[in-house]
Design a protein around this ligand. Structure first.
Ligand code: MN
Length: 443
């Protein structure tokens, strides 16, 4: 294992930043996720920070104020940048000492003098705005949920839901990084080509089946040289952390364009991520065994197989999707829950996905983003897309206002939440990933 359970995970640890000790707080001192922030209305440049309670700590400023020491210096200074790519490139030997030092400085064990200095570098979340955490060079999206792949397959190919390659090769496609946006950015309904009636010619217009996909994003830390694969037991050393990811999808466009080369314009119009990256070290208490493969399933090929990954390679992260229509917001009705699933249910572990991505010698770079694929579980309520939830629109969902949904309507807001909880450890949250659907551009 790269990380161990250490003092930073101690559930008894408390912060002198009072808001971090509230029982429902997503960002207690055991979390310390990284993001890029800027003071609203300030000419100051965007820079890296960690979330602590309802505050953000300017990590680079802490370093410049001589509060860092030893191996925490370099990575702390790297947070002065407007993107976290440099910090990400440094690897666990830099991330771990930085986390340990931040944990100490923000804990009630910190000296009064250090606390006083640190207070100058804290900003309330209400006074800042978040930006994309990294310059995302490349974005690839996987298809790692067996339940999702089986559900989608049943709709498209009832006689052969799961293609013969699924249990051998982690399926993925290259996404589009230019349209990866931060939580809160509106998503415009895309126009595109579809062929709803096979007896009539295809048409071009606003998608009639706009969907979300509940996913988790994995940020690549240090990369690999082109031509040099990453071994399965080294893969996690190259993972910086995770966020929530909505892979917005236009199902009618997708159904018409996907053969033979896979998704293209049905996905590239927008991908939303949450602003805070929860590090792999913060996730250490929430490890889980890889998917329990039934006896008749093939073992992963050797380059994807390791006792370590099979025993501990998955992560227990609870995920939720909520929907709020315009009419619901106008009537002050709370968002309604559409789905509840868990990252632990993926057929492939994050480490396997990363090792597979680099297995042909493809070079991954710091700040690259990998999507898990829609995280669906075995139950109906755990289906992570409307496509599955309404079974391609045949089983519409009724909202509290009496409205009905097969797919997303203009004005709908989709909200993802994520958290990790395990007895004996502090609960940590991933924050939120939100986006409102706007009407299609005029023709
Ligand atoms: Mn996807």
């Amino acid at each position: 294992m790269i990380y161990s359970i250490n003092a930073t995970h101690d559930p008894a640890l408390e912060s002198w930043v009072e808001s971090a000790n509230a029982p429902e707080c997503e960002f207690p001192i055991q979390n310390l996720p990284f993001g890029i922030f800027q003071r609203v209305g300030s000419p100051e440049a965007p820079r890296g920070g960690v979330a602590i309670g309802s505050q953000v700590l300017d990590v680079g400023a802490v370093a410049r104020d001589e509060l860092m020491e030893g191996r925490a210096w370099g990575p702390a200074l790297a947070c002065s940048s407007s993107e976290l790519n440099t910090l990400m490139s440094m690897g666990p030997d830099a991330w771990s000492p930085l986390r340990a030092r931040l944990s100490h400085l923000l804990s009630t064990r910190a000296s009064a003098e250090d606390r006083q200095k640190l207070k100058n570098h804290l900003a309330p979340m209400s006074e800042i705005e978040m930006l994309l955490p990294a310059r995302i060079g490349d974005y690839s999206d996987f298809y790692a949920s067996l339940h999702h792949a089986t559900n989608v397959g049943k709709m498209l190919r009832p006689d052969q839901p799961l293609l013969p390659n699924y249990k051998f090769v982690p399926i993925g496609y290259h996404g589009r990084s230019s349209s990866v946006v931060l939580s809160g950015t509106p998503i415009r309904r895309p126009r595109g080509q579809s062929r709803p009636d096979p007896d009539r010619p295809p048409k071009f217009g606003p998608t009639q089946s706009l969907d979300f996909e509940l996913e988790v994003g994995f940020f690549v830390g240090s990369g690999n040289r082109m031509g040099e694969p990453i071994g399965i037991d080294k893969a996690e050393e190259h993972l910086f952390g995770i966020c929530l990811l909505n892979d917005w999808s236009a199902r009618d466009l997708q159904a018409w364009e996907y053969q033979p080369l896979g998704p293209f314009l049905a996905k590239s119009f927008g991908t939303t991520i949450s602003p805070w990256i929860v590090t792999l070290e913060a996730l250490e208490p929430f490890r889980a065994p890889a998917f329990a493969r039934p006896a008749e399933d093939p073992a992963p090929l050797p380059y994807l197989n390791s006792p370590q990954q099979m025993a501990h390679g998955a992560f227990d992260v609870s995920l939720e999707v909520l929907l709020s229509s315009r009419a619901m917001r106008e009537a002050n009705v709370a968002p309604v829950e559409l789905c509840r699933s868990n990252l632990r249910d993926l057929y492939w572990t994050p480490g396997q996905l990363l090792a597979h991505h680099a297995s042909n010698g493809c070079n991954l770079r710091p700040g690259d983003l990998l999507g898990s694929g829609t995280v669906s579980g075995p139950a109906t309520e755990s289906r992570g897309s409307l496509l599955e939830r309404t079974w391609r629109g045949t089983q519409p969902i009724t909202l509290p206002t009496g409205e009905s949904r097969r797919f997303l309507e203009d004005g709908d807001e989709v909200i993802f939440r994520g958290y990790c909880g395990r007895s004996g450890f502090a609960r940590i949250g991933l924050g939120e990933c939100r986006g409102i659907v706007e009407s299609a551009p005029a023709p």
